[in-house]
Design a binder for this molecule. Structure first.
Ligand code: TRP
Length: 330
């Protein structure tokens, strides 16, 4: 059985793109692998969130993960800051991470450019903390998006460097987890590429039906097709892409036929249908999220059990690493 690890920074609510792009696959992934899912709250400190917001964000992400089907009995679901072993391994790995390579990291350069007044040491060593998250459980696979690939590459560098420095074959080379064909990309409602928080074009899992209707109504459209069987502009293609995910085949072919007929003035109907079907998908999750959010006892139990399991795995690694590096007891 392979070990798979996934981390998420607690930065707010999950949207439809997160759900179809990742969470649906995580639910399947956890049935076939030894999975760790954790909330990277230490990572979010680089931007100095205020304490109240930090806590709320952790709670939100956790509730939303659980509501989408991550199973605390099958997987290890934990909050990073509940596992102090990570901090110690981070310290040790930092000694093998060089300023030159950290300064060259794309994410570091980008953040430093955006926020020249907050170029802190934690930001610089962000990739080392991420490598620690992965190596502390000696994960085989890590599902990562494009923006995190370099961090995973650096993780392999640190694993290699540690192994060769101490003449051991201790750390594995973590690889990207590939969902292949199953990866669904949800586009935004504004005709842009993908649904994303910073793009401001999201439908959130916790959006009330009225909000969803309003957002879908506001999606970019035009007068309609320019004749029979004409090619679709991007923003219309995007609506069809979402429709294909949330609606039945009959509904999709009904609107495909309308498009191909060249007829105009039916986008109102399409949007109403799309909103209805999105609401059908998200409503059960929204209700679950709200139930879980109001159940502090459940959340406490989940995080306690998660921390216990994560610490058991992490402390084994740390014990070995200490021994390898020469920290030995008398
Ligand atoms: N850096 C990741 C992100 O911004 C979050 C993260 C932290 C992570 N530690 C990780 C992801 C370990 C995978 C594995 O999305």
């Amino acid at each position: 059985m392979k070990t798979v690890l996934s981390g998420i920074r607690p930065t707010g609510n999950l949207h439809l793109g997160n759900y179809y792009g990742a969470l649906i696959n995580f639910v399947k992934m956890q049935q076939e692998n030894r999975c760790f899912f954790f909330i990277a709250d230490w990572h979010s400190l680089t931007t100095h969130p205020d304490p109240k917001t930090l806590h709320i964000n952790v709670k939100d992400v956790l509730s939303q993960y659980l509501a989408c089907g991550l199973n605390p009995e099958q997987s290890t679901i934990y909050v990073q800051s509940d596992v102090p072993e990570i901090a110690e391994l981070y310290l040790l790995l930092n000694m093998h991470a060089y300023l030159g390579e950290l300064e060259k990291t794309v994410s570091f350069k980008e953040k430093a450019r955006q926020n020249p007044n907050n170029v802190n040491a934690g930001l610089l060593t962000y990739p080392v903390l991420m490598a620690t998250d992965i190596l502390i459980h000696n994960a085989d696979y890590v599902p990562v998006g494009k923006d995190q690939e370099q961090h995973l590459e650096m993780t392999r560098t640190y694993a290699n460097r540690f192994n060769s420095k101490y003449g051991v074959k201790y750390f594995k080379q973590p690889k990207p987890f590939n969902f292949g064909q199953e990866l669904i990309k949800i586009p935004g409602l504004d005709g842009s590429g993908k649904m994303g928080k910073s793009e401001g074009n999201c439908i959130y899992l916790i959006d009330e039906p009225k909000i969803i209707e309003k957002k879908v109504k506001g999606a970019l459209t035009d007068n309609g097709p320019e004749g029979e069987n004409s090619p679709k502009p991007n923003y219309i293609e995007n609506l069809f892409t979402i429709l294909k995910v949330v609606s039945t085949e009959e509904v999709v072919s009904f609107y495909e036929n309308l498009w191909n007929s060249g007829e105009q003035r039916w986008y109102g109907k399409l949007k109403a249908q799309l909103a209805e079907d999105i609401i059908k998908v998200t409503s059960p999750m929204r209700e679950k999220i709200n139930d879980i959010k109001n159940d502090d006892e459940f959340l406490r139990r989940v995080t306690e059990i998660g921390a216990e399991k994560a610490r058991e795995s992490a402390s084994k690694t740390l014990k070995d690493v200490r021994e390898i590096m020469g920290f030995r007891s008398f």
